[in-house]
Design a protein around this ligand. Sequence first.
Ligand code: SAM
Length: 314
Amino acid sequence: MTQSAFPDDDATPPSGGRAATFRVDAATFPAPSPGAGLHVVATPIGRLADVTLRALETLAGADLIACEDTRVTRVLLDRYAIRVPLVSYNDHNAAERRPRLLAALDEGKAVALVSDAGTPLVSDPGYKLVAEAIAAGHRVIPVPGPSAMLAALVASGLPSDTFLFAGFLPTKLEARRHRLEDLARVPATLVFYESPHRLADMLADAVAVFGASRAGAVARELTKTFEETVRGSLGELAAIFAERAVKGEIVVVIGPPAEEKASEADVDAMLRAALARQAPGKAVAEVARLTGADRKALYARAMALKAEADGKDG
Ligand code: SAM
């Protein structure tokens, strides 16, 4: 029996001299070696049929496949009758595994890199391996395919000409707000990955930082049975998901800031809303960030509005 180079991994023997193949339903296809180098292969984000023919050919023809979790990748490989040794490469063991994968590349092997779902390196391991493979003079070949961020972006109905993929936000409240504040005036659609149990908090923070009227979309379980994309203003989305607990995998897309200057009436409305929630200094900072208006002028206006409101209350 052929020994796996990494005995603690999935030791599926390679095809033992026979030409590698993969199968789609009843049809068997040959899989010649994709050639020496690191092949960065995108895999489905839910529906296994979303894998590309080239991804199957590359995986089946590779000498070994580096993957996050061998059990997850095995499901995909079994579906297409691919028999190639698997090596786990994930956040916990990457530093220890990298030299061994680079050694395989030095030997002229075809190494495929996949993640549990979607495109490796996109909020997934692989960046350092790719960088070190390039530094060592190896070929790095992308095999493009699914990624949740693009699937969500194209279904969001939000501008797609300029977008910024922001990955996962920090989990701590303060750091999350700061990150959102950094992104508030970026003239691009923003794409975030988010976990279902943090979605309501994230949307509430987004309303506080970007304003309730900014457009957004929440894409959930893309390509899977319970796929849905909910579109609306951030205020609407925050209200919906404050009431509704959701499960599954989620992408939040937020449209770019409005280009036109806010009218005086809009600025007054934003100042009033911000003043109702916080001290004048903070309220002015928030509206300045949202509108790009001059802080001094905003402060003077905030004081006038406050005096007006205090007069009415008294
Ligand atoms: N590399 C993957 C990609 O290219 O999309 C992303 C991996 S990241 C660890 C996992 C996150 O991607 C999930 O928490 C979720 O935010 C998003 N995601 C992955 N699959 C998804 C799906 N089917 N629907 C919605 N979001 C998904």
